[in-house]
Design a protein around this ligand. Structure first.
Ligand code: SAM
Length: 266
C-alpha cells in the first residue's frame, strides 16, 4: 500500500542526489522544514534540467500550433495539490488551456481526475458542444500495474476528496466522470475520436506506458497528447518512458518552463 522497499530506496536516493547536486546555501533556511527543503531541491533539479536542455527537445507552443489567434483563455486559481510557489504548475495549466483552444478540441480525454481541477480547466477552454471525459480509479480498487509511492499518496488524497470542483458550475454538463483503472479500462468507444488526450494518472513507468498506448489508439492524426510531470524529480517514470518513446516519435517535445511533454500525433 505504501510503496515497496525498492521505491522508498529510490525516493531516498533521489532526495539525497537532489540535495547534493541541486541544493544550495539558500536551502539551509528550510532546515526546520525538511519536506520544504526536499521540494526546493527537487525544484532546483527540475529547473536545472530545463536550463541545461537535457532530455526532450523544447518546442515553443507557437511553433507547434496556431496560438497567435487566441485572444481569450480561462484560468482558475491553482488547486490545493499544486505547490503554490512553483510557477511551472501555472504554466502547465496555461499550456493545457491554450492547446484546447488552438485546436478547437471537441473531445478531450483525461486520465487522473483528483479534485477535477484540470477537467474544469479543459471544460472552460473548449466550446459549449465539446465533451470532456475524465477517468480516475475507484477508492477501493486494486492496481493492475506497479505504481509509485507518490501515486499512493495522491490516491489517499483522492479518497478524501468528496467533491469535484466543477460541480455546480455552468460547464459541469460537459464533463463525464469515469471510474476504472486506466490499465484495464475499455477505451474502445473513444478510438480515433479524441482531439486532446491528457495523461496525469499514475506516474510509474508501467502505467505511463500503458496510458500512452491507450491514448495513441484514442487519438487521430493531428490530435495532441500531453503528459504531466515530465522532468519532475522524485519517484516518477514519466521521463524515463518518454525518453524511450521519443525514439519512435522524434517530434515528442517539452513545453518551455513547464512539466508538460507534448506530441502532435503524426
Ligand atoms: C496527479 S492526480 C491528477 C490531478 C488532476 N489531473 C489535476 O491536476 O487536477 C493523479 C490522479 O490519478 C489517479 N490515478 C492513479 N492511478 C490511476 C489509475 N491506475 N487509473 C486511473 N486513475 C488513476 C489518482 O487517483 C489521482 O486522482
Amino acid at each position: 500500500m505504501f510503496g515497496t522497499a525498492k521505491q522508498w530506496a529510490i525516493a531516498a536516493y533521489k532526495a539525497a542526489m537532489s540535495g547534493i547536486v541541486g541544493g544550495n546555501l539558500a536551502s539551509l533556511s528550510f532546515l526546520r522544514h525538511p519536506r520544504s527543503m526536499v521540494a526546493y531541491w527537487q525544484h532546483c533539479m527540475f529547473t536545472w534540467q530545463l536550463a541545461s536542455g537535457n532530455g526532450l527537445p523544447q518546442v515553443q507552443l507557437h511553433d507547434l500550433l496556431p496560438v497567435e489567434e487566441i485572444t481569450d483563455v480561462t484560468i482558475l486559481p491553482t488547486s490545493g495539490n499544486f505547490i503554490p510557489w512553483d510557477s511551472s504548475f501555472a504554466k502547465d495549466a496555461m499550456y493545457l488551456s491554450l492547446i484546447c483552444r488552438a485546436i478547437h478540441a471537441k473531445q478531450v480525454f483525461e486520465i487522473g481526475t483528483l479534485y477535477g481541477y484540470t477537467a474544469f480547466l479543459l471544460a472552460l477552454n473548449t466550446s459549449e458542444s465539446a465533451r470532456i471525459f475524465t477517468l480516475d480509479i475507484p477508492a477501493d480498487a486494486g492496481l493492475a500495474l506497479n505504481a509509485t509511492i507518490s501515486d499512493v499518496a495522491t490516491r489517499i488524497a483522492n479518497y478524501k476528496a468528496n467533491q469535484l470542483i466543477f460541480q455546480g458550475s455552468p460547464v459541469e454538463g460537459k464533463i463525464t466522470v469515469l471510474k476504472g483503472d486506466s490499465a484495464n479500462f475499455d477505451f474502445s468507444r473513444w478510438y480515433g475520436q479524441i482531439d486532446v488526450f491528457f495523461i496525469d494518472g499514475s506516474h510509474s513507468y508501467e502505467y505511463v506506458k500503458s496510458d500512452t498506448e491507450h491514448a495513441l489508439k484514442c487519438c487521430h492524426s493531428g490530435s495532441v497528447i500531453l503528459w504531466h510531470d515530465y522532468g519532475r524529480w522524485g519517484v516518477n517514470g514519466v521521463s524515463k518512458y518518454l525518453h524511450k518513446l521519443s525514439q519512435q516519435f522524434p517530434t515528442l517535445s517539452r513545453l518551455p518552463g513547464s512539466s508538460m511533454a507534448v506530441l502532435r500525433v503524426p
